[in-house]
Write a protein that binds this ligand. Structure first.
Ligand code: 5AD
Length: 365
């Protein structure tokens, strides 16, 4: 291993946020097998120190694909007329929450297209009230909303919120979204979530057209500046019915997987105690992509517990895995794959962010 990688890793392990943009850029750009292995094993060691040899699960419920946004990369963008739109009912959501609780996942994510309306806000409140008795850690991933809406959902029982910034570069953001989508508002939403007392998650896509390794390094610094508790990020995968897919793509599948894993490892080495998800986009690129994500430093997985009839309609990118797998087979499958890498499922534990615990104890003293 080259000396500089060795010294970057050593410095990273000394304390959180101990790397420069150029150190992070170096880690994110790594292609050499041995060097990547060394970086992954250091990041995995940190993951084990923070979270043990355990993976926390959150069942993912895709509550609807109606979306007001028109992001140029996303399969459920407003202008994609090829998608059949659906919205689950409160009963549907509660049925899937029962499946999640019975599987022992102890946490759930309600994710869906962005809708800002009183009807939607109270629909989510009804779901939250209806699942209160299940005692799950509840994450919402429902896009940009007013601070008032975030407050209402928090009061109704949600404790975590995921809102990816997609990229920390306002210029790149502007190239990936229509003119009326605002990077500044998205950042303001992250700040509002923090004020509301959520465990706040954000993240980015990697391997985007026009994105450099330095952009990605700055993304990781942004996570640190925002002091977030959870990270969900994954490689961009073109969706044929979107404008971005027509642009020249700088990355092949192997490159996307490589940079996605490098990002996980670099983020763990920089932030130490946050929850990091090994996302489904990794699994779309390799059958064991999520397990590789764990071995690169992630500690969370989000198995899909949405009824299989809806999964085809919630395709953000091409090649979404597990379109036909029900919650039961997916759990058995996951258990086997994790056992193969010496990891166990954190059954019955909510798996809250250690970073959140540390920062809230700090401020309440
Ligand atoms: N490839 C990978 N990830 C995507 N997302 C949306 N479209 C794509 C795509 N084509 C991600 C975005 C969004 C999350 C729900 O899915 O980061 O925040």
């Amino acid at each position: 291993m080259s000396e500089d990688i060795d010294s970057i890793v050593r410095r990273a392990l000394e304390r959180p946020r101990n790397l420069s943009v150029s150190d992070l850029t170096r880690l994110i750009s790594l292609e050499d097998r041995e060097e990547r292995q060394a970086v992954f094993s250091a990041a995995y060691g940190l993951k084990c120190r923070v979270a043990g040899k355990r993976v926390s699960l959150r069942g993912l419920v895709e509550i609807g694909n109606v979306c007001a946004k028109d992001c140029l990369y996303c399969g459920i963008r407003r202008s994609n007329a090829a998608v059949e739109r659906y919205r689950l009912s409160v009963d549907d959501v509660l049925r899937m929450a029962e499946v999640d609780a019975q599987a022992g996942y102890a946490s759930i994510v309600l994710q869906g297209g962005e809708i800002e309306s009183e009807a939607n806000t109270s629909f989510i409140e009804a779901c939250l009230h209806g699942m209160a008795h299940l005692n799950l850690g509840i994450t919402l991933s429902l896009g940009e909303q007013s601070e008032e809406t975030y407050r209402r959902w928090k009061a109704a029982g949600a404790s975590r919120y995921l809102l990816r910034i997609e990229t920390s570069s306002p210029e790149l953001y502007a190239r990936l979204h229509p003119a009326d989508h605002s990077w500044t508002r998205r950042v303001a939403c992250l700040d509002a979530l923090r004020r509301c007392g959520y465990q706040v998650g954000t993240g980015v896509m990697s391997a985007l057209p026009g994105q450099t390794a330095e952009d990605l390094a700055r993304d990781i610094v942004f996570f640190g500046e925002k002091d977030v508790d959870m990270i969900g990020m994954g490689p961009y995968i073109p969706h044929p019915d979107t404008p971005l897919a027509a642009q020249p793509q700088a990355w092949d599948a192997a490159g996307r997987l490589r940079v996605g894993l490098n990002m996980i490892a670099a983020t763990r080495l920089y932030l130490h105690d946050v929850n990091i998800a090994a996302t489904t986009a990794l699994q779309a690129l390799a059958p064991d992509g999520r397990e590789q994500g764990i071995l690169a430093g992630a500690n969370v997985m989000m198995p899909n517990v949405t009824d299989v009839v809806y999964r085809r309609q919630y395709q953000l990118y091409a090649g979404k895995p597990c379109l036909d797998e029900n919650a039961q087979t997916s759990r058995e499958h996951l258990e086997r794959q994790l056992a193969a890498i010496g990891e166990r499922i954190n059954y019955g534990e909510r798996g809250d962010s250690a970073h959140f615990a540390a920062r809230t104890t700090r401020t309440s003293r």
